[in-house]
Write a protein that binds this ligand. Structure first.
Ligand code: 5GP
Ligand code: ZN
Length: 112
């Protein structure tokens, strides 16, 4: 699964991306089709298909993802940003590796 996963391949450096942050547990890179001036994807290095895959043992990782997302959002979008996590097909999740969208750099409309 992880071998053919797009974001696992980006994390491994097999596919190129424009990284904006990385540490031992997470990687953040620019979305290839940005919908806002700032559109960064933050992913865990470990393959997790979606939020639905998180277990109580992943609490530290989940907290770390949120803290890093908040730090990136604050740095890249000082006037405000939006975190978005599409989970499941009906929500529009198209890549089966957990990712947080960090969006900003313009006034964002209401959620539809
Ligand atoms: P989702 O729709 O699953 O919430 O978000 C997937 C995101 O991944 C989309 O915004 C899409 O533009 C982005 N994406 C898809 N393929 C690639 C890729 O190869 N590289 C990068 N950087 N982003 C990608
Ligand atoms: Zn993966």
């Amino acid at each position: 699964m992880a071998g053919s996963c797009l974001f696992c391949r980006i994390v491994a450096g097999e596919l190129s991306s424009r990284r904006v942050y990385e540490d031992d547990r997470v990687v953040a890179f620019e979305d290839i089709q940005p919908v806002a001036p700032v559109h960064v994807l933050l992913v865990p290095r470990r393959h997790l298909a979606s939020l639905a895959d998180l277990t109580p043992e992943d609490g530290d990782l989940a907290g770390h993802l949120l803290l890093v997302a908040a730090r990136l959002g604050g740095e890249l979008c000082p006037d405000g940003y939006r975190l978005l996590v599409n989970t499941g097909e009906e929500a529009g999740q198209t890549v089966g590796h957990l990712h947080l969208h960090v969006l900003g750099g313009r006034r964002l409309g209401a959620l539809g």
